[in-house]
Design a protein around this ligand. Structure first.
Ligand code: AKG
Ligand code: FE2
Length: 603
């Protein structure tokens, strides 16, 4: 072999190797040195997609060395061989690499060694099959198949053979609207389900008297050319009731099912079979057909081996019954009715939360601003330390800056504060500190534009978890890469290592009493059950969502009491909250004088 030829083989092999590595994560090598003499081989440029079959591999390679396993991946132009000994793999490599052809229509093969083999998940091996799924083979005769295929006039009618991206469709009874995934029950089509389908209903009842199958009033006919398919979906729960029934005409196909919890199952639908999706398979699994020209299906009497089936044009008749009213299934994941209800509930909760914050946070801080500010002078040491450690020239935003006590440190960084309370901002402005009015749920600051931000005793005033997450999301959003955020929130537990926090220590008398146990049910977040419990100041917190009194002494004998909303945090809750925000990573968390604290980094 000339040097030129050797170089060409090397070049081509390298190109294939990089594709294989990208596709499977498996590293290949063409040098069989001591470190790399391996029992597994890759045929780099021939596989199922180039028309190679296991038989073809064995015919040529089997004469050179022994092969114990051939792994061919669907749709791939490479495949893997496992040999019983290193001698076998070495011999096959030496004799065939860059020289031999595997069968008539194949080019010269390029081989490589590899250490690992792909974990080929054979979907047919899995014992999982969607519950409630029934496939009745030979449900109709060949004559009936022909009659049914002919009864669809693809070029006439109100919705004559619409061309979708991956297939052609025609509806009868009612049109399925792909934009909204539903049916307009007020707009029945002139074209009803063809008479020719009548034979199916009675047969259905005879074969499965156990299933309550209402006579369908909607039919979708799908026409798939080889290479076409239908994306995974769950037929809209609220649009149709009862089972979904699909008749396969013209070609076999494999339908892929995936459950709400991520299990996969492949189901073989032979031509002229009837597929019934009831119960879980209807409501808790998606179904779809991968667009390809061939399917790999089990073969042999015991289904132990796989074979490739070429698809031809397949026409399916999917029968459904329109639903009156909402879906009442017990499967939340794909249920549009449940999703809508969840969204409504969450909107309602968000409204309640916003109202609580308005009444029990914003209004109050405005009224107590001056007094509050007078009680807040000294920076907390660990917050000061965080600021002190920022590199010179950093930019720092104090979100919920209050009277601006953290905006006075350091002249060598850019500092700006913001707060929701105009009253507190006035204090900042009197002190000539950079500050502006805004809500921590919506910061008027550009993405990735600051090096650090702090939120000290702020997000515990937000009255729902979604809103607390949103506040952390905003912090993550404005931070530049590697930028750092610091959050302090009140801890429910005001005692660490048998030491009471300074908050508790200020009331010796009350805190001599042992802490009352609160039943778990009372200890829950109770957004719905307003009014909230009122906390006794300087005592352990008994609930997570509470109203904390602020006594405003105005010189008179009757100090005015304001009730501020607080969500006090359990241990680990702040970290968990941060983990729900993409793009940030908690690097440190600690307890500091009755507060849970977390430092995170933008990644
Ligand atoms: O082609 C099939 O058998 C299924 C069609 C389908 O799932 C649908 O139209 O919703
Ligand atoms: Fe479907």
């Amino acid at each position: 072999m000339s040097i030129q030829q050797c170089k060409k083989i090397l070049r081509k092999t390298k190109r294939c190797q990089s594709i294989i590595e990208q596709d499977t994560g498996i590293k290949c090598t063409d040098t069989a040195d001591l470190m790399h003499v391996l029992q597994n081989l890759v045929i780099c440029n021939a596989g199922l997609s180039t028309g190679l079959r296991p038989q073809g591999v064995l015919e040529t390679i089997g004469n050179v060395g022994n092969v114990s396993e051939i792994i061919m991946l669907p749709g791939k132009s490479f495949c893997f061989l496992s040999c019983p000994t290193i001698d076998d793999s070495q011999r096959i490599f030496d004799r065939l690499h860059g020289k031999a052809k595997l069968g008539q229509n194949q080019g010269v093969v390029y081989l490589s060694f590899c250490k690992d083999l792909p974990k080929f998940e054979n979907p047919w091996d899995s014992s999982i099959s969607p519950l409630g799924l029934i496939v009745i083979r030979d449900f109709i005769s060949e004559e009936e198949e022909e009659i049914l295929q002919k009864c669809v006039n693809w070029s006439e009618g109100e919705n004559s053979g619409k061309e979708l991206k991956h297939r052609q469709v025609k509806h009868f009874g009612y049109e399925f609207r792909y934009g909204t995934n539903d049916v307009d029950s007020d707009k029945p089509l002139m074209e009803k389900i063809p008479e020719e389908c009548q034979i199916l209903w009675q047969r259905m009842q005879e074969k499965h008297p156990d299933i309550d199958w209402p006579i369908p009033d909607q039919l979708t006919v799908n026409k798939y050319s080889p290479g076409q398919g239908i994306p995974p979906h769950c037929d809209t729960h609220s649009a149709f009731s009862g089972p979904i029934v699909s008749l396969s005409l013209g070609s076999d196909v494999v339908m892929d099912f995936r459950s709400a919890s991520g299990e996969n199952s492949s189901v073989f639908l032979p031509r002229r079979s009837l597929l019934l999706m009831t119960g879980e398979s209807r409501y808790n699994w998606t179904h779809g057909i991968t667009p390809r020209c061939m399917d790999i299906v089990p073969s042999g009497s015991d289904n132990a081996s796989l074979t490739v089936l070429k698809r031809s044009t397949r026409i399916s008749f999917t029968f459904r019954k329109l639903r009156q009213g909402e879906c009442d299934c017990n499967y939340a994941r794909f249920c549009d009715t449940k999703k809508r209800q969840r969204e409504e509930k969450s909107l309602e909760l968000a409204e309640i939360a916003a109202k609580v914050e308005e009444e029990n946070v914003h209004k109050i801080y405005n009224e107590i601003a001056q007094h509050f500010s007078e009680t807040r002078h000294s920076p907390w040491p660990k917050v000061a330390e965080f600021i002190a450690n920022l590199p010179v020239g950093s930019s720092l935003v104090d979100i919920g800056c209050g009277n601006g006590k953290y905006l006075v440190a350091r002249e060598d960084i850019v500092k700006i504060g913001c707060d929701r309370s105009e009253g507190l901002l006035k204090v900042c402005q009197e002190r000539q500190l950079n500050s502006f009015l805004c809500d921590c749920l919506e910061l008027p600051i550009r993405d990735s534009s600051v090096s650090a931000c702090i939120s000290i005793a702020v997000i515990h005033h937000l009255a729902s978890e979604e809103r607390r997450i949103q506040a952390v999301k905003e912090m993550g959003r404005i931070l530049e890469r590697s930028g750092r955020g610091l959050i302090y929130v009140w801890a429910k537990n005001q005692e660490a290592d048998k030491k009471k926090s300074s908050y508790l220590r200020q009331n010796r008398k009350l805190n001599k009493k042992p802490i009352e146990e609160v039943p778990e049910s009372e200890n829950q977040q109770n957004d719905e059950e307003l009014p909230l419990p009122i906390h006794t100041n300087r005592t352990q917190f008994l609930h997570r969502d509470i109203l904390v009194p602020w006594k405003l002494r105005d010189g008179s004998d009757n100090p005015k009491t304001f009730l501020r909303f607080y969500h006090v945090f359990e241990e680990g809750e702040l970290e968990e909250l941060c983990s729900k925000v993409n793009g940030i990573k908690v690097t440190q968390s600690y307890y500091d004088q009755g507060n849970w604290c977390a430092i995170f980094e933008k990644i």
